[in-house]
Design a protein. Structure first.
Length: 299
């Protein structure tokens, strides 16, 4: 009788996908945001190729509006793993006239990441970008394959994806095309946190409850940071909050919480009825916000 738990099976599947990436592609890269999913993917890559170093560089698309805890964690992790870090700068894309900075109260650099990401993939000739997307996150992501084809413009066509019967992955592509690869597609948010607990993966402090200056907008708590202009009447409060999902400061909602440990985070998620991306302001811009960004080359 098998003694494997569902986490063991998910880990085995993800490691198999990562090894397929190493076998089929010449210049893969891990998309590293500093969020929990990209941290888990990096941890899985560490286990997949141990005792060798991770054979892929980490790519962080820096909006310039990051939580300092995320950047500190990123730099410490890269040093500990002896990994190669490549940073694509949204600010550099703005300065070069590749994208235009949004203005107004709801301005965000999150959407601008797409151009910076595609430019960086082209610059380094990456043919596979490994990310931490999960099918349970959002309806657009539920359509993803493990190996998700992108055309020469970096765009995603849901009708032009390859079948993956019996875990046979087709990484064949034409010149200029590339793949996005999602090893933890079949994981849930709960699986991710239970795996982090099981593996004792060190996490950024921002995921645990801490005191922060915040203000309320449209049913969300946002960090009171200079990159988010406040509307008249929006007052700053000191609250006990944590991040449930991490992105650009301007679109990352904070959760009122008392969870200061992995065990308490798991208990909190088990009891919540709000989806993980319910705290992401960028997903509220339209009914098809995520799918629109995916089609244009985002993630």
């Amino acid at each position: 009788m098998s003694t494997l738990t569902h986490l063991d099976e998910l880990e085995s599947e993800a490691i198999y996908v990562l090894r397929e990436v190493a076998a089929q592609f010449e210049r893969p890269v891990i998309l590293f945001s500093g969020g929990k999913d990209s941290i888990v993917v990096t941890h899985l890559a560490y286990k997949a190729f141990y005792p060798l170093r991770i054979p892929f560089p980490l790519l962080h698309i820096d909006t310039g509006h990051n939580f300092s805890e995320t950047i500190d964690y990123r730099d410490a992790l890269v040093k500990r793993l002896g990994a190669t870090l490549i940073v694509g700068s949204v600010q550099a894309s703005i300065d070069a006239g590749r994208v235009k900075e949004e203005t107004g109260y709801n301005a965000s650099r999150n959407k601008l990441q797409t151009t910076t990401l595609l430019d960086t993939i082209e610059k380094y000739k990456f043919d596979a970008a490994v990310g931490g997307a999960r099918r349970d996150e959002e309806k657009a992501r539920a359509k993803e394959r493990f190996f998700s084809h992108r055309d020469e413009f970096g765009q995603w066509d849901p009708k032009n994806q390859r079948p993956e019967l019996w875990n046979i992955f087709n990484g064949k592509k034409n010149v200029g095309e590339h793949f996005r690869v999602f090893p933890i597609s079949n994981w849930t948010e709960m699986d991710v946190w239970q795996y982090i607990y099981k593996e004792r993966v060190e996490m950024p402090s921002i995921y645990f409850t801490h005191e922060r200056d915040v203000f309320a907008r449209d049913g969300q708590w946002l960090a009171a940071e200079p990159c988010i202009p406040r509307k008249p009447g929006e007052t700053v409060e000191r609250r006990q909050v944590r991040c449930r999902t991490i992105g650009d400061i301007s679109c990352t909602g904070l959760t009122l919480s008392r969870a200061t440990s992995l065990e308490e985070i798991i208990d909190e998620i088990a009891a919540t009825r709000v989806t993980e991306r319910g705290g992401r302001a960028d997903d509220k811009r339209s009914e098809t916000a995520m799918e629109d960004r995916k089609i244009s080359g985002y993630f």
